[in-house]
Design a protein around this ligand. Structure first.
Ligand SMILES: *Cc1c(COP(=O)(O)O)cnc(C)c1O
Length: 444
């Protein structure tokens, strides 16, 4: 197994990879087993649970119990990036503030929470506690429901943030929750969960092993339900509304997306569930007018490796002699998910990798220029427009899709996937650590 891309990955270089199997949205949709009807089902379920969510998480009242985040233009940051990369960026640059999502402060508030809602609804219907889907779901907050759910367990294996979401929402229903944490997981995440009565089990090993251990333990207990980051369809589908809702959100903000106004979205990628779900939603909202790129650490390029080699989940970063700890803890996943990787074979425009120094520098500069704090994994999208414009492969993509003359009208959105829950002391450390760091910029 060798290719130019895989060789570059092995050298831990920052690359931009264009997906040779990318298809027109119409063709990709025709081949997909998931459809618009799935996105609508997810939206309807989030709506049904909105009265419950408002009740147990009062901070969501203003948004009527719907978990959604704003989009902010970042002119100062864009200017700084132009200077660092030595490139002019036509069009406008924004960040999608999933760091502000209620309940977990990360993108996981969509997928993970959706899966917990669906499981709770199914259990309550099956046991006759909930009579129909037309009831007011505020009843999920009653003693009758929470004591019912306290007989059941939710389990999950995670680098941290998936556990936060499953833990926070699971406990709100009354479930017992067990979280299997890999070595990257930050101490504050374990503390947060333990304070909420979550059973946290720690592993001195990577994500894949924590997930495997969690799955096995859960299997032993018929009343335990495992939220499976590697195989769950519901987790993937939960994320899709994040992309689809952009149709109305961008329109409301006067941001046009059409044949003459392309939209570029750059998504941090760990196992691939969140960027894939969001991309699927975006493609259903904007068709061929949206171009989705995903971003990974040079130490853990599991999705690029999986798609380039066409081995999907059967190639691990270990096979490329990569791995080890990365500062982008939320993206520290050695092997991708086959479910989403195979689907994204048709939908993703491409991907790129970033070194730890780049993550750290982006984090600190975003804070200095825009007063926005994102956690390390969440800044990966910010380099996207410059990776695209500044590489041969990216330029070829723009030519192939006849985008060069439309760039003045383009919108670039970096998906900011998390950060608001990071404690003050950790924030300070992250910001200081990035001060001496710089972006990996190729000599011209
Ligand atoms: C989980 C996570 C991601 C990546 O999501 P995947 O579904 O693992 O690809 C990105 N950023 C943050 C902050 C995350 O927690």
């Amino acid at each position: 197994m060798s290719s130019e891309t895989l060789e570059l990955l092995k050298k831990e270089e920052e690359i931009l990879w264009v997906n040779p199997r990318f298809k027109e949205a119409k063709l990709a949709n025709a081949e997909s087993v998931y459809t618009m009807a799935d996105i609508e089902e997810v939206e309807a379920r989030f709506q049904r649970f909105a009265p419950f969510i408002q009740k147990v998480f009062p901070e969501t009242k203003e948004q009527n119990g719907i978990l959604e985040s704003p989009i902010t233009q970042i002119e100062q940051m864009a200017q700084w990036l132009e200077g660092e990369y030595g490139l002019n960026l036509p069009g406008k640059m924004y960040v999608k503030r999933d760091d502000l999502l209620a309940v977990s402060g990360t993108v996981k508030s969509r997928g993970a929470i959706y899966e917990v809602l669906k499981h709770a609804e199914e259990l309550a219907l099956k046991e006759g506690l909930l009579k129909s889907k037309n009831e007011n779901y505020e009843i999920f907050a009653t003693e009758e429901f929470t004591s019912f759910f306290s007989n059941y367990n939710l389990a999950v294996g995670t680098t941290g943030n998936l556990g936060i979401s499953v833990g926070a929402m699971g406990r709100a229903f009354g479930f017992q929750v067990t979280v299997h944490m890999s070595e990257e997981a930050k101490a504050w995440k374990k503390n947060f969960l333990r304070e909420r009565g979550v059973d946290v089990i720690e592993y001195k090993s990577n994500f894949t092993e924590a997930v495997n251990a969690g799955r096995e333990a859960s299997k032993q207990d018929p009343k335990s339900y495992f939220v499976d980051d590697e195989h769950s369809v519901d987790l993937f589908l939960g994320y899709t509304v994040g992309g689809y809702r952009m149709k109305k959100q961008l329109m409301d903000q006067g941001i046009t997306v059409d044949a003459d106004h392309p939209l570029f979205v750059y998504l941090p990628c760990g196992i691939g569930g969140s960027p894939s779900g969001i991309t699927f939603g975006l493609k259903h909202a904007f068709g061929d007018h949206v171009h989705c790129f995903f971003a990974e650490p040079t130490k853990m390029p599991s999705m690029v490796a999986g798609l380039e080699s066409q081995k999907f989940d059967e190639i691990s970063v270990d096979d490329l002699s990569l791995g080890g700890l990365t500062v982008a803890d939320g993206l520290a996943v050695p092997r991708t998910s086959a479910l989403v990787a195979k689907l994204m074979n048709n939908y993703f425009s491409g991907g790129y990798t970033l070194k730890d120094d780049s993550f750290q520098s982006l984090l600190t500069k975003l804070y200095e220029k825009e007063n926005i704090f994102l956690e390390p994994a969440a800044v990966a999208g910010l380099a996207g427009p410059f990776k695209l414009l500044g590489s041969k492969a990216g330029q070829a993509y723009l030519v192939e899709h006849q985008l060069q003359n439309k760039l003045e009208n383009a919108s670039h959105i970096a998906w900011g996937t998390g950060g608001s829950m990071v404690p003050e002391a950790d924030r300070k450390d992250f910001i200081e650590e990035g001060q001496g760091k710089s972006l990996a910029v190729k000599e011209k």
